[in-house]
Design a protein around this ligand. Structure first.
Ligand SMILES: [Zn+2]
Length: 79
């Protein structure tokens, strides 16, 4: 599998081979390191992560960490 990794950096891996390489790299630490050595991680990311998913994830995170001001009224209000 390692011999495919330099090709990944030059964008010569496509289709089912790219999918195969991607799933292998996800499981194989040695190949993952090699991918980074070749600077080919962008190829894997571009192929596996649709651009809008990171935005929706960030949106979901912002929803979670939004300050919940209504909680604070419980402290100062009545006692
Ligand atoms: Zn491997």
């Amino acid at each position: 599998m390692r011999e495919v990794l330099p090709l990944l950096a030059s964008g010569d891996v496509e289709g089912s081979l790219l999918a195969e390489t991607r799933s292998h790299v996800a499981r194989c630490e040695a190949c993952r390191e090699a991918v980074f050595e070749y600077g080919a991680q962008g190829m894997l990311l571009r192929a596996s992560v649709p651009p809008e998913s990171s935005e929706s994830l960030w949106g979901a995170l912002k929803e979670r960490i939004k300050p919940r001001s209504e909680d604070w009224s419980d402290f100062g209000g009545e006692a």
